[in-house]
Design a protein around this ligand. Structure first.
Ligand SMILES: [Zn+2]
Length: 430
């Protein structure tokens, strides 16, 4: 342990020195080129050289930077900083991306602690937060651009020559606690900050998530347990149209939807899913099997008593029949029941109506035979990974932008697409 740490301590200053040399070499190569004014296109004059510092992976960094000016237009340029993509006093692009990794897996305070333990970088939770806002906004804008691009019928997606026979798309919503305050408190003069208004209960926003996977890639890891080789998660803090736009764009990017591909859509009973599913001409709609059973349970508990064996047996039989594709038989049996109370009769009617409405989405025998699966387990576990594990910890409340940006980054990691971040600029947020 001590030896390894000694080496680290020994080499840290050397890495800083080496970086310093590389920056120096870039500065030298730029010195011969005089920048032109962006407004009048005249060559700018070198005004002065000032020392600029920023925080890099190996410590606080200082470099002399030439400043050029156009007196007529009052324009100013620092070619070295433009070239390096560095902002004075800020965090370097490389360190920013490392901090963002920490922040997508741990709360901001803990991410700052981890930065110290893992990278020997002293940083405030606020600085980590700031980095996430800028990089997250960049990813969110990229995703939005991609979705808009593919919404245009002339867009070019990946080749669909290898498009699969079927692709499964499961969709669901989950709630996220939001901040009630719309604006940050501002200090005016030397007056103390106004007190925070109490948080209202029940102020939530729905995060919609969709998971894309290929049924052909689903493997049985142990009896009854399936896992997929690849899956792509798409999440957004927007409305139903947004999530379907993003899902469609992702399908196009992957080349997963060709002219003969059947898009299998798995969802609970929520209307917003089925209303949008119609955008896919060749589709197969599946009502999540466990949601279908849960409705039977609600009635069984009331009718036969909570935890009773009869309720157990009754639901078990329905499960077996539904799995065998006998929805009409199940509905027929329900119709013949004569419940004792008006309340029970009403609940039974609701169950019959639910099964009748979704009968076309409950041909479970066929879905099993075709390998489509019958449940939305994939999207439910995705919700836990995307949302619960980072954004739904005790007492967490989010601003709309804060949640949107962190989600965008977290999805990069979960989709094993973190490298994309290297190709995106860090957005400036005023
Ligand atoms: Zn000028």
């Amino acid at each position: 342990m001590s030896l390894e740490r000694e080496v680290e301590l020994e080499y840290r200053p050397r890495m800083e020195e080496s970086l310093q040399n590389k920056v120096g070499a870039v500065a030298d190569s730029l010195r011969g080129q005089t920048p032109v004014c962006p407004r009048c296109s005249q060559p700018m004059k070198r005004h002065d050289t000032e020392t600029v510092s920023w925080t890099a992976r190996f410590g606080r960094f200082h470099a002399p930077v030439d400043r050029y000016r156009c007196a007529a237009c009052k324009e100013e340029r620092r070619p070295l900083l433009d070239h390096l993509g560095v902002e004075p006093g800020r965090i370097s692009g490389s360190l920013a991306r490392l901090l963002a990794v920490l922040a997508v897996v741990a709360p901001y305070e803990m991410a700052a602690q981890l930065a110290w333990l893992l990278l020997s970088v002293k940083i405030s939770p606020m600085s980590v937060w700031n980095v996430v806002q800028r990089l997250g906004e960049s990813v969110a804008r990229y995703n939005e651009g991609l979705s808009q691009y593919h919404a245009d019928s002339r867009s070019e997606g990946a080749s669909t020559q290898e498009a699969p026979r079927a692709v499964v798309l499961s969709v669901d919503g989950s709630m996220l606690g939001m901040q009630v305050r719309q604006q940050r408190r501002r200090r005016t003069g030397c007056e103390p900050l106004p007190p925070l208004p109490a948080l209202q209960e029940g102020h939530f926003h729905e995060v919609k998530t969709g998971v894309l996977l290929l049924p052909a890639e689903r493997v049985e890891t142990s009896p009854g347990r399936h896992s997929v080789v690849r899956r792509f998660v798409v999440s957004c803090l927007g409305n139903a149209d947004d999530i379907f736009r993003h899902l469609y764009a992702q399908l196009r990017e992957l080349g997963w939807v060709g002219p003969d591909t059947v898009v299998v859509i798995v969802g609970d009973g929520a209307g917003w899913i089925w209303n949008r599913a119609t955008m896919f001409v060749r589709r197969c709609e599946i009502l999540d099997f466990w949601h279908a059973l849960e409705h039977a349970w609600v009635f069984a508990r009331l009718n036969f008593g909570e935890g009773s064996q009869r309720a157990d047996r009754w639901v078990h039989q329905i499960a077996e029949d539904l799995r065998a594709g006998k929805v009409p038989d199940v509905i027929e049996r329900l119709r013949r029941m004569r419940p004792r109370t008006p309340e029970l009769r009403e609940k039974l009617q609701a169950l019959i109506a639910y099964y009748t409405e979704h009968a076309g989405r409950m041909r479970y025998d066929e879905y099993i035979r075709l390998g489509y699966g019958i449940g939305s387990g994939a999207v439910e576990s995705a919700h836990k990974q995307v949302l619960h594990a980072r954004l739904r910890q005790a007492g967490m409340r989010w601003s709309e932008a804060g949640a949107r940006r962190l989600l965008a980054l977290r999805l990069l990691l979960l989709n094993d697409n973190w490298a994309l971040l290297d190709r995106l600029p860090m957005v400036s947020l005023a």
